[in-house]
Design a protein around this ligand. Structure first.
Ligand SMILES: Nc1nc2c(c(=O)[nH]1)N[C@H]1C(S)=C(S)[C@@H](COP(=O)(O)O)O[C@H]1N2
Ligand SMILES: [Mo]
Length: 245
């Protein structure tokens, strides 16, 4: 009972923060009709940095990217489906929300843990079902990053399409307004700032596995981790999601 109250309060708080974020954007909206029809706004860029707001995280971007405009942004679902569709942020925030603490592990050593909230891919797939020939989803991101995950991987229990981090809307740096969290896979299989999810029939190489010696499957391998919130002190990991710390 207590748990439920806590959860309700947290969701309410989160809803409140979201309302403030969206209102804020409305207030800033210029009255001119020159309102850009693209997904971006302003002249600020977000990019790779080690100085994010959540200090235990490094921030990775393939290319510097203009900030995403929540008013004009749409999540496009395209490719091998009978009825491609776009969703507004407000629509997506109404999907049943799940919350989990999980560790994001970059293949280049570091890792960090956060509380993530979002919805399951299954719920989205129910609204826009893929055709039988679809094997996976190619994610297209705001910084032109691309990543592929098989449907089977997207159906795993702890895989979430995330819109909130540590109880607040995702920051631009961490992939506002929507990113994937797949805790058993390296960070590069967790695309940020998603613009489009394309149902495809064949596995595709993502941006990172094209430039580095990294598998396209991306499952975390046994080895050594250097968690940022523990001062990068090395820890042995046994592969898959890191649950020990
Ligand atoms: N759009 C986009 N998503 C991305 C990346 C990127 O370059 N662009 N880098 C990935 C990699 S390599 C890592 S380790 C994580 C890092 O997540 P963070 O920047 O939120 O810490 O984002 C992943 N998602
Ligand atoms: Mo990474």
């Amino acid at each position: 009972m207590r748990q439920i109250t806590k959860l309700t309060r947290r969701l309410f708080l989160q809803g409140g923060l979201w309302a403030i974020a969206l209102l804020g954007w409305n207030g800033l909206r210029p009255s001119a009709t020159a309102w850009a029809a693209d997904s971006f706004i302003g002249t600020d860029f977000v990019g790779k940095t080690r100085k994010g707001k959540h200090r235990s995280f490094y921030i990775n971007f393939w290319k510097p990217m203009r900030r995403i405009n929540p008013q004009s942004w749409r999540l496009k679902i395209s490719g091998l489906c009978d009825e491609p569709r776009s969703f507004t942020l407000t629509e997506l925030l109404k999907l049943p929300t799940r919350s989990q603490s999980s560790r994001l592990k970059c293949v280049e050593c570091w890792s960090a843990r956060a509380q993530w909230s979002g919805f399951s891919f299954k719920d989205l797939q129910r609204i826009v079902p893929p055709q039988a020939s679809a094997q996976g989803v190619l994610f297209h991101c705001g910084d032109e990053y691309k990543e592929y995950l098989p449907l089977k991987a997207l159906h795993q229990d702890r895989v979430l399409l995330v819109h909130s981090m540590n109880g607040e809307p995702l920051s631009d740096a961490h992939g506002f307004p929507l990113r994937l969290i797949a805790p058993s896979k390296y960070g590069y299989k967790n695309p940020k700032a998603i613009l489009e999810m394309e149902y495809v029939s064949e596995q595709q190489a993502g941006t990172w596995s094209k430039i580095g010696p990294y598998s396209s499957d991306g499952t975390i391998l046994p080895g050594t981790d250097h968690p940022l919130e523990y001062g990068k002190e090395p820890r042995r990991i046994s592969g898959g999601e890191i649950t020990d710390y």
